[in-house]
Design a protein around this ligand. Structure first.
Ligand code: CA
Length: 488
């Protein structure tokens, strides 16, 4: 079922001796040991212990997560250290999301549909000396919890992919930029910001290394309504070229549907036309009839955007190109008809831009939601970087999201935090080994401008975060980044 081989993420289990019961005093001297807590021993609020489904461990499991206030609280004593948290569960009626909290840190994970009971890894957590608390919340509900298991682990570094781009004709600058990204991977995180690059400069005195911008208002069905880009392609290029010309450009495209906009208040107006809710444009039907007017409109839109991307190529500016994002969420029309039409559109876009339009300045970034759905992946031949777009609680380390991505893409693709609602925490990145190639915080008052300014300054001053002033002349010296020693 998986379009690629699953690789084992770099996890170093501690000695199996940790599983052997022994004197607590000896445990304290020899470090963290495996901890297992049966759910039925916890403190229950709105949930209940059950025994009817066979295959649980201990004396039962906890079920009935159906109200928003329902929760299961488990406390345990531990030796301080880094642990991988697994949840034993049952989710018979489909994949379910579970929300939980480890001491003060919120997290979430996907419980893949199963029959009977199974377990899933949810990421790495710093556990403190003495008493710890894990609370499990309803999330999507319709699951049962059997046990928690904490396995002592160590920080692993991501396995780097090769420096070969999927486009064999990629320009020298594009190859050089990718080489730089691969060199940094596992020891530095490159800063990025959606739109509000000036705000970052104003507040921190530094600029993001990556400016991420949107080609949304070049969509023909928006231009027809009089839209003009908030920041033109020329302005994006000017940002990249100013100073020593080392700014890195990322572009996404909130592609307004080519036609069939509903254009009704309050939430289906023409300018919401990239949302599934605001258009009746049917991707599956369009792709099924290549002689149709709608198919020609699809090509017209791609050709229009190709014209913008060509400007960057002419200026020798590579682009971290992030089209058709978050498809598996279904909230954008390109994901509304399922994985099949989406993947066909991705490949059509790749072929049209690369071969028909001869665009060779693109590093192809496949950006999914907060978790990866393998059946939506366009394929290794069409993707250079896998990105996650994650909007969650500011205390969340995203270790679970990272762990899932590494399980699928270690040594194959770079993994980036292509959108985030909150600033990442550089200390957590180092302590947990979540070495995103780059991060990009979303724009505006609900996201970047909501971050405490002191925290923003700290991130931009952090030794492990690359800001624009720290970029080498990556365009002319592909090996410039190799001074970075992996594992430092
Ligand atoms: Ca149990």
């Amino acid at each position: 079922m998986f379009p690629f081989r699953k690789r084992v993420v770099t996890v170093y289990l501690m000695s199996l001796l940790a599983c052997t019961p022994r004197n607590p005093e000896i445990t304290a001297q020899t470090g963290p040991a495996l901890i297992r807590i049966e759910a039925e021993t916890g403190s229950l609020s709105g949930v209940e212990i059950a025994h009817s489904v066979a295959g649980f461990s201990g004396t039962g499991y906890v079920t009935g997560f159906d109200d928003a206030t329902d929760q299961l609280t488990l406390t345990f004593d531990a030796t301080a250290g880094l642990y991988e948290l697994s949840i034993g569960y049952s989710a018979p009626s489909g994949n379910k999301g579970v929300d939980f909290q480890v001491n003060g840190e919120k997290a979430s994970s996907t419980l893949t549909q199963n029959t009977g009971f199974g377990q899933t890894k949810t990421g790495k957590f710093q556990v403190r000396e003495g008493r710890n608390t894990v609370t499990i919340f309803r999330g999507w509900g319709y699951f049962s919890i059997d046990f928690l298991q904490l396995t002592p682990t160590t920080v692993g570094l991501p396995e780097k992919p090769s420096k070969t781009l999927v486009d064999p004709q990629a320009t020298a600058s594009t190859k050089a930029l990718f080489s730089y990204l691969v060199d940094q991977y596992g020891s530095k995180v490159i800063s990025g910001q959606q739109d509000d690059v000036e705000y970052i400069l104003e507040k921190t005195g530094k600029e993001p290394a990556i400016g991420s911008f949107d080609l949304m208002d070049y969509s023909p069905s928006r231009v027809q309504h009089g839209a003009t880009p908030q920041r033109s392609s020329e302005a994006c290029m000017a940002w990249a070229r100013k100073g020593e010309g080392r700014g890195i450009i990322s572009l996404l495209w909130h592609w307004n549907a080519p036609t069939d906009l509903i254009d009704q208040a309050p939430d289906k107006l023409w300018w919401s036309g990239f949302y599934t809710r605001a258009t009746t444009f049917d991707l599956a039907a369009t792709l099924a009839d290549k002689q149709s007017e709608r198919y020609q409109l699809l090509l017209r839109d791609i050709d229009t955007i190709a014209g913008e991307l060509k400007k960057f190529q002419t200026a020798d500016i590579p682009v971290l190109w992030r089209p058709l994002h978050e498809a598996s969420g279904g909230w954008f029309w390109w994901g509304a008809k399922g994985a099949g039409p989406f993947k066909e559109l991705w490949r059509l876009l790749y072929d049209r831009l690369t071969n028909h339009h001869q665009l060779h300045n693109l590093i192809w970034v496949y950006a999914t939601t907060d978790s990866i759905h393998p059946d939506w992946y366009p394929g290794d031949s069409y993707v250079d970087v896998v990105g996650l777009d994650v909007y969650t609680d500011p205390t969340a380390s995203l270790s679970g999201n990272w762990t899932q991505a590494q399980g699928l893409f270690a040594a194959k693709k770079l993994v980036a935090l292509s959108e985030t609602g909150n600033l990442p925490n550089p200390d957590q990145i180092q302590n947990l080994g979540t070495w995103w190639s780059w991060f990009s915080v979303w724009t505006g008052g609900d996201f970047i401008k909501k971050q405490p300014v002191e925290q923003l300054k700290a991130v931009y001053a952090d030794k492990n975060v690359i800001t624009r002033d720290e970029l080498p002349n990556w365009r002319q010296t592909p090996s410039a980044g190799r001074k970075t020693v992996a594992g430092q």
